[in-house]
Design a protein around this ligand. Structure first.
Ligand code: C5P
Length: 226
């Protein structure tokens, strides 16, 4: 059994991928399955934490003993994360959040008209939730963890992103065919703002999740909240 090193702690985890609607039947989305976020939720619960899992479009069954909040879009995810983070000891942003959303939503289905060229879709920037919660910690010492999927210069981009986002830990995954998205297993490096670098060998997403909690637990401030 896992060490109950998160007993008395409240952790907030986002999982899945946001969908940004264009009209009642279409959206801009991504390939996140939610498996890593759910693995984080299960392992945190096994280590004694009170867990709030904010899930976007995973279609997965609620893990036992975890509070689940369902959202669709990045804006909804932000609302739910900010609310849950207010009394959280740690926040882990495993969800793939769309960087942009359509500028406007069509109330009726967008139709193609014969002979007309396609209309470009105008996009606007979504809020960066990870950067926001890192900059404005809801409570002193709250530990914030982000994820980054990179295809090139994985470590250099990861280090840069860790600084830019201002989080404490950044889990950097290399993405590619059959890697990470939708897979049962992954390989990663966890970068720490205090300089640490923890490679996690190819293996189950549960093992990566446990490594994340191994790194979060000693960074938590003294005293429990949940
Ligand atoms: O910038 P990029 O999307 O690569 O950053 C990934 C990390 O930032 C993930 O932890 C993701 O949950 C978070 N993120 C966010 N809000 C956004 C975009 C990404 O919180 N709008």
């Amino acid at each position: 059994a896992a060490a109950p090193d998160l007993t008395g702690r409240h952790v907030v985890i986002s999982a899945g991928g946001t969908r940004e609607p264009l009209d009642p039947v279409r959206y801009l989305g991504n390939r996140s399955s939610g498996k890593q976020g759910y693995a984080l939720a299960r392992t945190a619960a096994a280590r004694g934490a009170r867990v709030t899992l904010i899930e976007a479009n995973t279609g997965m069954t609620d893990p036992a003993g975890v509070d689940v909040v369902r959202v669709g879009t990045a804006v909804q995810l932000r609302e739910a994360v900010l609310k849950a983070a207010a009394d959280a000891d740690a926040v882990v942003m495993a969800a793939a959040v769309a960087d942009f959303r359509p500028l406007s939503y069509a109330e009726g289905k967008i139709k193609k008209k014969d002979g007309e060229e396609p209309v470009p879709v105008a996009l606007v920037r979504n809020p960066d939730i990870l950067a926001e919660i890192s900059a404005e910690r809801a409570r002193p010492g709250q530990v914030v963890v982000g994820f980054a999927a990179e295809t090139d210069d994985v470590l250099a981009n990861g280090r840069h992103k860790l600084r830019r986002k201002g989080c404490d830990l950044l889990v950097v995954n290399e993405v590619g065919e059959r890697k990470t998205f939708g897979a049962e297993e992954s390989e990663a490096v966890v970068l720490a703002a205090d300089g640490g670098e923890t490679p996690v060998p190819y293996g189950p997403k549960e093992a990566l999740a446990d490594t994340v909690w191994d790194l979060v637990a000693p960074r938590l401030p003294a005293g429990a909240s949940a």
